[in-house]
Design a protein around this ligand. Structure first.
Ligand SMILES: Nc1ncnc2c1ncn2[C@@H]1O[C@H](COP(=O)(O)OP(=O)(O)OP(=O)(O)O)[C@@H](O)[C@H]1O
Ligand SMILES: [Mg+2]
Length: 317
């Protein structure tokens, strides 16, 4: 018998073109091809940590779509609800390393297969079969039909008592002048477990300190709100604020750190760990992710991540 899923997720995975040299892309001749995308990275992260994760959605029926499908399958993610659409392409994005290590990304994803996903075609029983359904603000920003899909999926999960894990992941380029708060606020209010970077907490909750986040939480459904930054993270719950420092590491590529962090925190929760331990595992996964080029290459195995957590001195600030 197939083991039931612990986490399901849905979103847009893409092919990622990583330049092998810094500077404006017009002068870059060689790239390394990777795969990535927030929810895809979380699914891979969870699978590496030993959990059963399912990834649903649409990709183009093209070379890149088949590459991503094969990659996810190879990582042990359930792809039984991932469809290949013959009418639209798989999205692609390029990274660009500008002066002083500043990263810029260029998306080629408008009109992609994923942007055409609709709530009506989802297998709800599948998506709501786990302990968590994980969603992000990226999918909500892709198109009007995707926004509708995420809103209705969150409502359906709320109704069925399946916990919604939501990473706000504000990507300004996808909002095209729209106010991200208007799109994301209804989702933020209905999530059970909420992840934000400091900038996202400032934008969506009106501040980054524990007190302000606690105040915002009182008007929301979330039992737990996690705010993260390179140096560590804190969680706000009924019992108060729990903070854990991160792991100092040599940074190679920060893209995907937040996704690794989410995978680690969800893994902690699924193991029945307390909030402090879950934050430590999340920090360990985020730290591993930034030490390697590419969105998913640095995601740790269970052995690696647990080794880091056990060796941690438990520094609290
Ligand atoms: N330079 C770093 N050194 C060690 N750990 C890091 C570093 N950067 C990130 N991390 C770990 O990853 C977590 C998430 O990082 P961050 O807050 O930068 O994510 P993010 O901004 O959501 O990234 P993205 O959305 O691009 O994946 C941090 O809380 C920390 O645990
Ligand atoms: Mg993020």
């Amino acid at each position: 018998m197939v083991e039931p899923l612990e986490v399901t997720t849905l979103g847009e995975p893409m092919v990622v073109m990583d330049p092998l040299s810094a500077g404006p892309l017009r002068h870059v001749g060689t790239f390394e091809k990777h795969v990535g995308g927030a929810e895809h990275n979380v699914a891979v992260g969870l699978s590496r940590l030993g959990h059963r994760a399912g990834f649903a959605g649409s990709l183009g029926d093209d070379e890149f779509g088949k590459e991503i499908l094969a990659f996810l399958r190879g990582e042990g993610v359930d792809v039984s609800r991932l469809v290949l659409d013959v009418e639209a392409p798989t999205g692609v994005y390029f990274k660009e390393w500008r002066a002083l290590g500043k990263l810029r990304v260029y998306y080629y994803r408008a009109g992609s297969a994923a942007s055409r996903m609709r709530f009506e075609t989802l297998d709800l029983d599948y998506l709501l079969s786990g302990t968590f359904v994980h969603l992000t603000g990226i999918t909500a920003a892709l198109s009007e039909n995707c926004r509708d899909l995420v809103e209705r999926l969150v409502l359906a999960a709320n109704e069925r008592g399946v916990r919604v894990s939501f990473d706000t992941n504000v990507r300004w380029q996808l909002f095209n002048g729209r106010d991200p708060r208007e799109v994301l606020r209804p989702l933020v209010e209905r999530a059970d477990l909420l992840f934000l970077s400091e900038e996202e907490a400032e934008l969506l909750l009106g501040g980054t300190d524990g007190e302000r986040v606690q105040q915002a939480r009182r008007e929301m459904r979330a039992k737990t709100i996690v705010v993260h930054r390179a140096e560590g993270a804190f969680a706000v719950e009924d019992g108060g604020v729990t903070e854990r420092a991160g792991y100092p590491v040599e940074v190679v590529d920060t893209v995907g750190a937040g996704d690794a962090f989410v995978a680690g925190f969800l893994s902690g929760r699924l193991r029945g760990w307390d909030t402090g331990e879950s934050l430590q595992l999340a920090n360990a996964c985020g730290a591993c992710a930034v030490t390697v080029q590419g969105d998913v290459k640095g995601l740790p195995t269970e052995e690696e991540a647990l080794g880091l957590v056990r060796g941690h001195k438990g520094v609290e600030r």
